[in-house]
Design a protein around this ligand. Structure first.
Ligand code: FAD
Length: 334
């Protein structure tokens, strides 16, 4: 059983809160601030205390200036060094640790993104702290809520570590307002640690459609699409008719119908758009783990007993090869 934090006597809650200080790890790519990473600032705000942001990379000044305008941030710690540009955790982790030590922070917060998942366990190990991963709510400065077993159970965990290393689920914390703040920008310490890994190249999937992780509307296709050609022919015009991002089930990805980066679910992306449309997807628990927090869920499936209908707000039983093109035409002309 966990104990309720007690704040009494001279060490009152308000006095304690003044000692809280969070460092939000901000992500940048090629000189552009990743606005999704501003969710870390929102989480820091609900913890209370002072909030600093951290950013590193080559020519990082403009990104730091942009981050300084984010509402609720007191200071941006910036480290300008090309060695950190690609965010390799091998040298980024010791860099952040030096800055944590200098700033004396109580909470270090990053998104539960590929970058955050790569970086934060190393920071936790270097600080001998137990990481608290993928949280969806903050109950107090030491008590956090996180889904476990693919979202089938919710754990409330309490940490007694002096520095709490936290990754947050982006869909649970909206990004902080990019305007309204006027933080100072300060140079961070740079230990210039050698990286034991070398950046060689990256292959990024390019798309003119909205980004899957942050899109307001997502249409996802499953094994019911039958082939890559059918997936493209049915899902692309459908997505474009409503300006949606395209997602896919793991079965569709494993069958080669869709790119790996489009996978939604426990081992794919977690999304919570205003509208999620599942097409030819049965609704396996591992898929639901990535989309069940969507505001409105619509499903098209020829099997009236498909489990997806249990979570869907709107369902259409029928052959997707008839229904989706019909719907696409109607949406295009509306
Ligand atoms: P199926 O379950 O085969 O469903 C296809 C659906 O299409 C059926 O409901 C069928 O009725 C319907 N259909 C077929 N033809 C038509 C038609 N013409 N018109 C209308 N409907 C039609 N899955 C994920 O999606 N994401 C994950 O991240 C993920 N992670 C996993 C992690 C682990 C550890 C494991 C064990 C599994 C994971 N899975 C994940 C796999 C998951 O268990 C399911 O196998 C997968 O989601 C099934 O995909 P599907 O719904 O597309 O395929």
């Amino acid at each position: 059983p966990r104990s309720t934090p007690v704040f009494s006597g001279p060490f009152s809650r308000s006095a304690f809160q003044r000692l809280l200080s969070s460092l939000a790890i901000l992500e940048q790519r090629e000189g552009k601030l990743n606005h999704g990473s501003l969710s870390a600032i929102t989480a820091a705000r609900s913890i209370g205390g002072s909030i600093h942001g951290f950013v590193a990379g080559s020519n990082v000044k403009p990104v730091a200036e942009e981050a300084a305008k984010v509402e609720g941030v007191e200071k941006i710690i910036a480290v300008d060094n090309v060695a950190y540009e690609k965010g390799l955790p091998e040298n980024f982790a010791p860099l952040v640790v030096e800055n944590i030590k200098k700033g004396g922070y109580t909470h270090i917060i990053a998104g539960h993104t590929a970058f955050g998942k790569n970086l934060m366990p190393r920071i936790a190990a270097l600080l001998d702290s137990q990481q608290i991963s993928d949280i969806t709510a903050i109950e107090s400065e030491n008590t956090f809520v996180r889904p476990i077993y693919a979202g089938n159970a919710i754990a409330t965990v309490e940490s007694s570590d002096s520095v709490k290393i936290i990754t947050i689920r982006g869909t649970a914390f909206p990004a902080a307002e990019a305007q309204g703040g006027s933080a100072a920008v300060e140079d961070g310490v740079d230990p210039k640690s050698e990286a034991s890994a070398e950046w060689i190249s990256e292959d990024l999937a390019k798309s003119d459609r909205p980004d899957l992780a942050t899109a307001g509307k997502v249409v996802s296709g499953g094994r019911g699409l039958k082939s890559k050609e059918d997936f493209d022919n049915v899902m692309q015009p459908f997505a474009d008719s409503i300006g949606a991002a395209i997602g896919a089930s793991r079965a569709a990805v494993d069958s080669g119908y869709a790119d790996n980066s489009l996978q939604v679910g426990q081992t794919g992306k977690v999304v919570a758009p205003q509208l999620y449309m599942a097409v030819g997807i049965s609704g396996a628990i591992q898929h639901l783990a990535g989309m069940k927090d969507s505001k409105v869920i619509a499903a098209i499936n020829k099997d009236p007993d498909a489990p997806i209908f249990q979570v869907a707000d709107v369902g259409l039983v029928g052959d997707l090869f008839e229904k989706v093109p019909e719907l696409t035409e109607k949406l295009k002309s509306s």
